[in-house]
Design a protein around this ligand. Sequence first.
Ligand code: CA
Length: 290
Amino acid sequence: MGYIAIDLDGTLLNHQNEISEENIKAIKYAQESGIEVVISTGRAYFDVQNICEKAEISTFVIGTNGSTIHSKDGMKISSITIAKDRVEAIVKWLDERNFYYEVFTDKAIYTLKNGREQFQNEINRLKSTDLDEYMKELVQVAERQFDQFGYVLVDNYHDILNKEEEFLNILACSFDKKKLEEAWNQFKEYNELMVVSSADHNIEITNKSASKGLALEKLAFLMNGSLDQAMAIGDSNNDLSMFQKVRHSVAMDNANDDIKAVCTTTTLSNDQNGVAHAIYQYMENLAIKK
Ligand code: CA
């Protein structure tokens, strides 16, 4: 059995945050041919569920950068959490430095009311200036982030820490490269944490045992499958761990050059149904091998 792991933002989702008809058709075609399709994303499971319901597809879901694995019918197969005292230390550090941040649990995405306002003001301020294409795109990505499903706005971070929920992921944003780098360096020092990024303005912190790649490996193991024939499609740094685990790694045309450089192939962009294109090519190659 083959596996196809697909990232969401910048990959399966187009600029309207939707899964195109062509991509839906290709996913269903792969599934009907006996391939297991896995959506593998930094987004929370409940957010992915919402997107999949609209598209009328059901797949395995690797959520919050590998912290969770859910079956096609929504059963939780695995979850890897960050200890609460560590969450407290991270959030306190970010809070003191005025970062915009989001804390992902198994129930919601928590963010501060005033933090959200400040970040939106920052976005508005940037939009009113003369931005180059790169920054324009980055600001759009930041704004699309607010479309996530499952936000709960709170007054301060203690309201988050009071929740008796599973803490899965912390996302921090800044358009200030230096500031973001400082945060990256701060958290990568912790042995039990994993720091990745899904766009140039963010970092995402999970437990070290959680990554898209490790989750994909675990899923294949649990299903008595193998990743020998697997394909992974993605566009950014948080996809690298799954690219390392599969034979066919596919970069989106809209990915940065450093991502394309480590992949075996590049497909079309997320606005040109790059996922469908990669799936058909993969299925064709499988058929030739048979
Ligand atoms: Ca992505």
